[in-house]
Design a binder for this molecule. Structure first.
Ligand SMILES: Nc1ncnc2c1ncn2[C@@H]1O[C@H](COP(=O)(O)OP(=O)(O)O)[C@@H](O)[C@H]1O
Ligand SMILES: [Mg+2]
Length: 249
């Protein structure tokens, strides 16, 4: 094998996400995603940019195992998602993926800490990994929240009494607890002003660094790109991009 081939073989072995000839079409539509190849290395922090309507959320749904590819493969930790049963995909999601969304879906009837520890109720693996860091899952939630700038006083409030930026950090702690191999973030900063965006991403990325979580972060705000290890324009890897109508909704 040539040096280049060896290098790419070892890169693939270390990959958390491998995409091969991925095609996705919404029912009765032309494909919105046609991606021949994309790899994410362990711990790699990738920024994926693209305008509204370019397929960012669709791609994240595919990588997160929420949507099923029309053709091609997504391999996570060497396991093809397409070969998993629906139950195995649910397990994969709760064990290995942290999600942070634009609307972050904190549960108003749970405390701040309970919102964060919820992840560990759905995944024994995440609970065990949280307990490798701290003496209890609650303590690990507090540690993460503290690192993300949520003070003890804020932790005692109802989630509805937190600012958007504070709620966003609680949602990040919930995604990060139990050190998932992959953090998927779908425009989580769009409700924050510019300075807060950068601060939030700095905190998020330093926690991902500590947990060695790979990050796939999408946004239409290209000014955030330099904060990441690698920047990708979705239009450059998505062969369906040219035929997509920009959507200004
Ligand atoms: N649930 C859905 N059903 C049908 N079409 C959809 C659905 N969600 C998104 N689309 C279409 O897929 C394309 C990509 O959308 P999306 O992945 O949401 O883009 P982005 O996240 O970059 O704004 C758009 O043309 C959009 O209209
Ligand atoms: Mg979207």
């Amino acid at each position: 094998m040539s040096d280049a081939a060896l290098k790419s073989a070892s890169e693939r072995a270390a990959a958390v996400v491998q995409i091969r000839n991925l095609v996705y079409a919404w029912p009765n539509q032309d494909p919105v995603i046609v991606i021949p190849e994309l790899n994410l290395a362990r711990g790699e922090k990738v920024f994926l940019a693209g305008p509204s309507g370019s397929g960012k959320s669709t791609l994240l749904g595919l990588v997160g195992g929420v949507l099923m590819a029309s053709a091609g493969e997504i391999i996570i930790n060497e396991q093809p998602l397409g070969e998993m049963s629906a139950a195995a995909r649910d397990r994969y999601r709760s064990d290995h993926v942290g999600f942070v969304f634009q609307l972050f879906n904190l549960l108003p009837y749970l405390s701040v800490i309970e919102n964060v520890t919820l992840t560990c109720r759905f995944s024994t693996r995440r609970a065990e990994r949280a307990l490798q860091q701290s003496n209890s899952i609650e303590q690990e939630a507090e540690r993460l929240l503290h690192h993300l700038g949520i003070t003890a006083e804020l932790m005692r409030r109802r989630v509805t009494e937190l600012s958007i930026g504070q709620q966003q950090r609680v949602a990040a702690a919930r995604a990060l607890i139990g050190a998932p191999e992959l953090l998927i973030a779908d425009e989580p900063t769009s409700a924050l002003d510019h300075d807060l965006r950068k601060r939030f991403i700095d905190l998020l990325l330093s926690e991902c660094e500590a947990a060695n979580s790979a990050v796939l972060f999408v946004s239409h705000d290209v000014s955030l790109g330099p904060l990441f290890d690698r920047q990708i324009a979705l239009a450059e890897i998505n062969e369906a991009a040219a035929s997509l109508e920009p959507n200004y909704a």
